[in-house]
Design a binder for this molecule. Structure first.
Ligand code: PEP
Ligand code: MN
Length: 337
């Protein structure tokens, strides 16, 4: 249920309603909006008193059901877009945010060289995996904490905030110590134990859509994080599996307007994992901007031929710099910065 507070409801009235919601056995989530405050009361409704009774409380304008299965992620409860600020960078605002860097952190030279290059080309955030979800257990699994240390060194050198993947609940503390944004990879989109654990952290989470995940399931996964208290979720479309084999996955561009309608959360598109080939990254990055993404995640490697993972889809720094230039008219055309 959504408890819509009257315009100008006092703090005391808001607190009283939240307290009452808790007494009735639900969890209150207060959302302060520009126009008015709303309180989402979420929880299993079976065998509990009806929330409709809250209508008689001071400061309450209306009590309405949330019709979507995802509640906190839904645009029903929050009309305006959520903006997530990371070290002063606003994700989900006017500016299109570009996260770039290697698939894996491999060495100091590789990371620092790539980090400097993406910064120079105008990237906002540095990406790089220290814990890698590889299909084969015999493939490079990541440098783990050594990789995280290199990422924080690269942050010091470039000033770029860092995003990196966490795969296992037991590593969350460690990764959160270094990262500015925690990434949940496509393969873990329905690792509910991990999602619930991340919901208890105060760090933004970039949640990648799984290769076999519907938009509804994707939003339900975001809901797992949000229902635990962490409202800073960024959604990332990275391609879904279809019958097509010419590309690694199929970039579901239409999910951008669908997500925009369904949720207030920021949307990022990753054309690198979506296509699997560096030549297709630039056209799909432009298409994603045209379709309304809030940002892009792009793999860049100082020497893709020697990359430990995802070399074929990684852009060389010069190609990335060219793409950043070529994106400008697309960004302007959609009225973004
Ligand atoms: C990655 O970002 O390097 C990655 C493994 O992505 P995904 O989870 O989308 O496959
Ligand atoms: Mn990768």
């Amino acid at each position: 249920m959504i408890i819509v507070m009257k315009h100008g409801a006092t703090k005391q009235e808001i607190d009283d309603v939240a307290e009452k919601i808790e007494k009735l056995g639900y969890t209150p989530h207060i959302m302060f909006g520009v126009e008015r405050t709303i309180i989402a009361a979420v929880g299993d409704e079976r065998g509990k008193a009806r929330l409709q009774t809250l209508e008689s409380m001071h400061g309450v304008e209306d009590v309405v059901p949330i019709l979507k299965p995802y509640k906190l992620a839904s645009r029903e409860i929050k009309k305006e877009n959520t903006v997530i600020t990371v070290n002063g960078i606003k994700i989900g605002s006017e500016k299109i945010i570009v996260m770039a860097g290697p698939c894996s952190v491999e060495s100091r030279e590789q990371l620092i060289e790539t980090a400097r290059a993406v910064k120079e080309a105008g990237a906002d955030i540095l990406r790089g995996g220290a814990f890698k979800p590889r299909t084969s257990p015999y493939d490079f699994q990541g440098l783990e904490e050594d990789g995280l240390k290199l990422l924080s060194e690269a942050r010091d050198v470039t000033g770029l905030p860092i995003i990196t993947e966490v795969m296992n609940p037991i590593d969350v503390d460690l990764v959160a110590k270094y990262a500015d944004i925690l990434q949940v990879g496509a393969r873990n989109v329905q690792n509910f134990a991990l999602l619930k654990h991340l919901g208890q952290f105060k760090k933004p989470i970039l949640l990648k859509r799984g290769m076999m995940t519907t938009i509804k399931e994707f939003l339900m996964s975001a809901e797992y994080i949000m229902s635990e208290g962490n409202k800073e979720v960024i959604l990332c479309e990275r391609g879904i599996r279809t019958f097509e084999t010419a590309t690694r996955n199929t970039l579901d561009l239409s999910c951008i307007p669908v997500l925009r309608k369904e949720t207030h959360l920021p949307i990022i598109v990753d054309p690198s994992h979506a296509t699997g080939h560096w030549e297709y990254v630039a056209p799909m990055a432009k298409a994603a901007v045209a379709a309304g993404t809030d940002g892009l995640m792009i793999e860049v490697h100082s020497c893709p031929e020697e990359a430990y993972s995802d070399g074929p889809q990684s852009l060389k720094p010069a190609k990335f710099a060219k793409l950043m230039e070529e994106l400008k008219p697309f960004i302007k055309a959609v009225g973004r910065k």
